[in-house]
Design a protein around this ligand. Structure first.
Ligand code: 13P
Ligand code: SF4
Length: 390
């Protein structure tokens, strides 16, 4: 193929987004990077990041999600899962700039929880989340109409996973619901069932199902899956009336790839291995695992594990690699051979971090994440409800 022919081929919006170019207004993800990124080959990137951070001093606070690259985590003032980072952002009123090394929905939540005076920066706007993109505010509003037509909206409480857009968080706040993360999903569901008879859980069907069935003893038959691409969600009014948990048909493209075979395979390969997985994994994987919990839980579990013990971990690869390095006295393996990094978390790399920090130090903030006032008001109700969970 010649160059001209190559140019004639129109790349798909998704391909462009993965390259960090162009924009898709219907997606949580990406717009052009408006500046000149340092070359990834620049040997001075680490020095430049250090110097820019030093110039900014107390003005900047850098948050790093556990799935970020090592080169980025090195510069994080705190690391954590999405719950811990939301709390850490809210607890830093003195920092003028919060640089969020994570994905878009996390930066939006940080903007909602911080003051007007503070600016939240996402070093690469293409760092979205494919799960969050599986539920749009319009689809969720349409679902609520379906529930109203079935006569169940009044007794349903929305519980939205942190991994959702600010619009969906605002919808949740407007309808008296709460946000949850993987570390407080059970408490969120217990609270929701004290407020109503049913829960609409958006967008991760696996976290919703695993928490309801595994942790709370709700029957699998009491869970139905609402498919936003089918009329009426693909459910009859009777199915909606009978259900306790109405699960949105969404999933994490990283955790969704772990399979029951990978659990069986690792148990055959490593006798006595402890299988520890994230609750975004499929129900059959979680059921076959020995321990289930958020990224923060996984880290604590391994810190407490005895030397010589063996662990197969079902979560994102950056974190598993770091854990294996941090615990040379324990055997820590990745649960599946085919599962890889979260490509959107990996968008934040050292060139983007350097660019964001140097721009801030020069007084020209880039990639600010700003939620509009009305959305922020209602989304904050749902986020504060989460922070107030017992
Ligand atoms: P936690 O950080 O809450 O464990 O969630 C994992 C995840 O997939 C974040 O996108
Ligand atoms: Fe989204 Fe899954 Fe990546 Fe988390 S790991 S940001 S849920 S795609």
């Amino acid at each position: 193929m010649t160059t001209t022919e190559t140019l004639d081929v129109q790349p798909t919006p998704l391909a462009l987004l993965l390259l960090g170019r162009e924009s898709d207004p219907r997606s949580e993800r990406g717009v052009d990077c408006p500046g000149d990124l340092p070359a990834p080959s620049d040997p001075n990137l680490v020095e430049r990041a250090r110097a820019a951070k030093a110039r900014l001093g107390e003005k900047v606070f850098i948050l790093g999600h556990h799935y970020q690259r090592d080169e980025v985590i090195e510069f994080a003032d705190v690391t954590g899962d999405s719950f811990k980072l939301a709390r850490d952002a809210a607890a830093r009123p003195e920092a003028e700039y919060i640089v969020f090394c994570g994905v878009h929905f996390m930066a939006e939540s940080a903007d909602i929880l911080t003051s007007e005076r503070q600016q939240v920066i996402l070093p690469d706007l293409a760092a979205g989340c494919s799960m969050a993109d599986m539920a749009s505010a319009e689809q969720v509003a349409e679902c609520w109409d379906v529930l109203a037509d079935a006569g169940v909206a009044d007794v349903t409480v929305p519980v939205s996973y942190m991994n959702s857009s600010a619009d969906i968080k605002a919808f949740t706040g407007r309808h008296g619901g709460t946000i949850c993360t993987s570390s407080n999903a059970q408490r969120a569901l217990e609270w929701a069932f004290s407020q109503g008879e049913k829960v609409l859980f958006v967008p991760d069907q696996h976290l919703g199902r695993n928490t309801a069935v595994r942790d709370m003893g709700i029957a699998l038959e009491d869970c139905v899956v609402y498919n936003p691409h089918k009329p009426g969600g693909g459910l009859t009014p009777e199915q909606l009336q009978d259900a306790k948990m109405i699960l949105w048909r969404g999933h994490c493209s990283v955790h969704g790839r772990f399979s029951l075979e990978s659990v069986e395979d690792v148990r055959a390969r490593i006798p006595g291995v402890n299988v520890l997985v994230h609750p975004e994994c499929k129900h059959e994987v979680v059921t076959a695992a020995d321990h289930v919990g958020s990224t923060e839980y996984i880290i604590k579990m391994l810190d407490a594990a005895p030397a010589g013990s063996s662990w197969a971990i079902g979560t994102e690869l950056n974190l598993v690699r770091r854990l294996a390095k941090a615990h040379p006295d324990k055997q820590i393996v990745f649960l599946d051979k085919t599962v890889c990094f979260c490509s959107t978390m990996n968008r934040i790399d050292l060139p983007h971090l350097v660019w964001a920090l140097e721009s801030l130090a020069d007084g020209k903030p880039v990639n600010r994440i700003e939620v509009d006032a009305e959305t922020e008001h209602f989304a904050k109700l749902a986020l504060e409800q989460m922070l107030a969970l017992p």
